[in-house]
Design a protein around this ligand. Structure first.
Ligand code: NAD
Length: 685
């Protein structure tokens, strides 16, 4: 046995306790201990059956990913499960918290599964670019059949206990004491075995298998892990189980060291790191129960919904009754819609609606522990709002702005308590998007920032800390990327070609389609505001301004970089835009030349890397991994490519230096070429 595993007894039932805090990850120590425990139990004549259970908050919530970059140490999980299957005595898995990935595979190798209500089970391996490698793809179909197994494994769904019971993934759900119930279950099994390996795979209709396969490949963007998962599950219907297991294991081992898996592990570790900031380690988040939201527009209502969903009391304040009524209606409609599609029950919707208070009276905000401002993006308006907040908010309340670009320090300066002011930059739709930039003003107190990070987590968000700088992390990198794409349409490409090249790389949408979707006028207004301070020598692409001047503001006006027929759907390249672009190039004396897709992708991605290096050097982002989290969670950067920093590291220092020299040569005047050192994890100099 190892420290991670101990055997306790309840009469003739052995209880194998997995104790590897914090999440009982299936490390080599756990596997070694389990194997020894199973061997011991198999030989002990006084033991009739066994229960495997997790100590602490959870069963095995997953495998220890730190081991995945190296050859896996023995014993590997399939050997542990094989030992359970051949030990001659029934073994029951008692699940609480989460039984995911290898943890759930371990449970599938047992004779029965009992769970505490509230437990999540599932095989989410594909989200890490791998497939279940310890029998999940062979044992799960023996319960639910091939089509449902494909669906569950390819989506990586974490299945709540009640649904797991309905599907047969678990045999029993208990409310109270798990351990005695598991012991009773083990005793009920008597001396017989009830292993999944001995079950037939239920016959499935070919059409249903084909439909599940098609959906899975589409949902999973046809990535290698999805294809392998579908193949492995389908093989369960054809092959004897041991052959199916061997094939699954081989595919798992290959995928484990694949590029997708490395990129996704990089993001996994970056995410784990994202909440840990050495200089905030001692800061205690302030208590937050009541959240105020100022402004009930697009963002304010989304933030209010996120806060209601997160269980908070919400106070929504607007400048006039009409705007308030619109916002309140939007929130009510949202919940009614969720109920209508069966995503929320009536009682939960009523509970959320009941936690919302709305009004135009600012004193409503006096009880709020955190106020999030989401009014127009104008400094004077925001400063006025913060002045009023300063007057009504209780001492110690955290005051946050959702500004996208404005100077947080200038906003904080409107109050007598800049220490309490932070930025909370949500992304649209705020109740859906996971990314949350937590902005640190010059004066922001550590515990105010810690509060922002903690509330972000409670809202189910991924909070990433950024310094107060124009565009923070995400919008700043995205602007550099879009600018490079504008250079390319000025030099010879057209928007549809740039978009297609970047979509084929994996972006959810190309930059010009995105611009049309969000509307070209916001950036236009911003450019006008900055016109006076712009470096007259810097390269400036006039195409976006010309589109706006022609009334082409994007989808909402039926035309932008593209033409949108039938109510804004379906983008079509527009000859008028080609003409406009050709003329813009000609006026600058640029001889248009063809750009191939490879050049487009390289330049767009290098522009991101270059800007990322600049902002890391400036300390806007604290760590390289934070940049990748922002791009993959807020800007449609394909997760399986890991993010710009991951790509830069893969490229290596020498090649990256050459690439950036090349890019700087193409960028024209005003392009700042970065030192790539910060991307590679070193500080420059
Ligand atoms: P919006 O125009 O939809 O909503 C702004 C709301 O604020 C309006 O309902 C308006 O009546 C209200 N308002 C204006 N002045 C007010 C005042 N003094 N007191 C109370 N309410 C007032 O704008 P939006 O898109 O929701 O953007 C709000 C903020 O969020 C901006 O700072 C914007 O930069 C930022 N933001 C927007 C997005 C986005 O995609 N829309 C994304 C991230 C951040």
């Amino acid at each position: 046995m190892t420290e991670a595993i101990r055997i306790e007894r309840d009469g003739d039932v052995a209880i194998i306790v997995i104790d590897n805090p914090p999440i009982n990850a299936g490390s080599v120590a756990v596997r070694r201990g389990l194997l020894a425990a199973i061997e011991e139990i198999g030989q002990d004549a006084a033991i009739r059956a066994a229960v495997v259970i997790g100590a602490g908050k959870t069963f095995v919530a997953g495998s220890d990913l730190r081991e995945f970059d190296l050859p896996l140490q023995e014993p590997q999980l399939p050997a542990v499960i094989a030992a359970i299957e051949s030990c001659g005595k029934p073994v029951v898995a008692a699940l609480h918290g989460a039984a995911l990935g290898g943890g759930f595979e371990l449970a599938l190798g047992c004779d029965g599964r009992i769970t505490l209500a509230g437990t999540l089970v599932g095989l989410p391996e594909v989200s890490l670019g791998i497939i279940p490698g310890a029998g999940g793809t062979q044992r799960l179909p023996r319960i639910v059949g091939i089509p449902t197994a494909i669906r569950l494994i390819a989506s990586g769904e974490r299945v709540p206990a009640a649904k797991a019971l309905a599907l047969g993934l678990v045999d029993e759900v208990v409310d109270g004491a798990l351990r005695p119930a598991a012991v009773a279950f083990a005793r009920r099994l008597g001396n017989g075995r009830a292993l999944l390996r001995d079950r037939e795979v239920p016959a499935a209709d070919d059409g249903k298998v084909a439909a599940a396969t098609r959906d899975a490949l589409k949902l999973g963007r046809n990535r290698p892990a999805i294809r392998a998962a579908v193949e492995a599950v389908a093989a369960a219907a054809r092959l004897p189980i041991d052959e199916g297991l061997a094939r699954e294991r081989a595919a798992f081992q290959e995928l484990r060291v694949s590029r997708d898996a490395r990129a996704l592990r990089h993001l996994f570790f970056a995410e784990r790191e994202s909440a840990r900031h050495p200089d905030l380690a001692d800061a205690v988040p302030r208590k937050v129960e009541r959240i105020g939201v100022v402004g009930a527009g697009t963002m304010g209502t989304g933030i209010a919904i996120a806060a209601l969903d997160g269980g908070f009391q919400v106070v929504l304040v607007e400048r006039d009754d009409a705007a308030l009524a619109r916002g309140v209606r939007r929130i009510a409609d949202h919940y009614a819609g969720r109920v209508a599609v069966g995503k929320l029950d009536e009682a939960a919707a009523a509970d959320r609606n009941s936690r919302l208070t709305a009004g135009t009276d600012w004193t409503l905000l006096s009880g709020a522990d955190l106020v999030i401002e989401a009014v127009f993006e104008e400094l004077a308006v925001k400063q006025d709002v913060f002045r009023r907040l300063d007057a009504v908010a209780r001492p110690g309340a955290v005051l946050a702005s959702n500004t996208s670009y404005l100077d947080l320090d200038a906003i904080a300066a409107a109050t007598t308590r800049p220490r309490d002011v932070i930025g909370l930059h949500f992304f649209s739709p705020a109740n859906v998007m996971r990314l949350l930039e937590v902005v640190r003003g010059t004066a922001s107190a550590a515990d105010a920032l810690a509060t922002g990070l903690a509330v972000g987590k409670r809202l189910g968000k991924l909070p990433v800390l950024t310094a107060n700088a124009f565009g923070f992390i995400g919008n700043r990198i995205y602007a550099a990327y879009r600018r490079q794409c504008e250079f390319m349409i000025e030099e010879g490409a057209y928007p549809e070609q740039v978009d297609a090249a970047l979509e084929s790389f994996g972006f959810a949408m190309g930059p010009f389609a995105v611009a049309d979707l969000s509307g070209l006028d916001i950036a236009w207004r911003m450019r006008q505001a900055q016109a006076a301070t712009r470096d007259p020598q810097a390269r400036y692409v006039t195409i976006p301004d010309r589109l706006c001047e022609a009334g082409r503001l994007g989808r909402k006006t039926g035309a932008g970089y593209y033409l949108y027929a039938d109510g804004g759907r379906g983008r079509q390249p527009d000859p008028v835009v080609r003409d406009l672009i050709d003329r813009a190039s000609a006026e600058k004396g640029i001889a248009r030349r063809p750009l191939d897709d490879d050049e487009i992708r390289r330049r767009a991605l290098l522009a991101m890397m270059n800007e990322a290096a600049l902002l890391l050097a400036e300390g806007v982002a604290a760590r390289p991994g934070d940049v990748d989290l922002v791009l993959t969670n807020g800007y449609g950067f394909p997760r399986w490519e890991g993010g710009p920093v991951f790509l830069a590291r893969e490229r290596g220092r020498a090649a990256l230096e050459r690439d950036l020299d090349w890019l700087a040569g193409l960028g024209g005047p005003g392009f700042t070429r970065a030192d790539p050192a910060p991307l590679l994890g070193h500080t420059p100099g």
